[in-house]
Design a protein around this ligand. Structure first.
Ligand SMILES: [Fe+2]
Length: 144
């Protein structure tokens, strides 16, 4: 998944600190195809969160706005965690990082509470620094 941001340092720092994202490689020269698809792209950094690879990049012409939530969009990305405790820990970490003031956030919404559905699946919804939504989810063993 590609994450378009207005401030790559702010974004990378937050992904490293919150998600323990590991920086894989970066690119600052792009193909004609990429330049035509993403005018103003300046730098792209691939990070890994477990098995998920994210491409964080910024654009010179970024308008600083978040997407229209009423239309088509990737509404959230779901990332599984290994234990219910990890949901508790990540939620706490999110709030600590937010309150530290070290990152600027496009939206100021706090994470949701941890919700448990009838099957015992636990979920937590939170926003990254760009206002993009993630679902952190714990799925019990033996769940279909
Ligand atoms: Fe979901």
């Amino acid at each position: 998944m590609g994450v378009q941001t207005a401030d790559l340092a702010n974004c990378l720092g937050w992904y490293q600190e919150f998600f323990d994202a590991e920086q894989k490689w970066e690119l600052s020269r792009f193909s004609d195809l990429t330049l035509s698809r993403l005018p103003g792209i300046r730098k792209l950094i691939e990070v890994a969160i477990g098995d998920v690879r994210l491409h964080l990049f910024d654009r010179a012409g970024h308008n600083g706005r978040t997407a229209n939530e009423d239309g088509f969009l990737f509404q959230h990305l779901c990332v599984q965690v290994a234990t219910p405790q990890e949901l508790v820990d990540r939620r706490r970490r999110w709030v600590e990082i937010y309150k530290s003031g070290r990152y600027s956030f496009a939206r100021s919404e706090m994470p949701t509470e941890i919700v448990v559905d009838d099957d015992g699946v636990q979920s937590l919804y939170l926003l990254d620094v760009n206002g993009l939504e993630y679902e952190l989810s714990y799925v019990p063993e033996g769940h279909r």
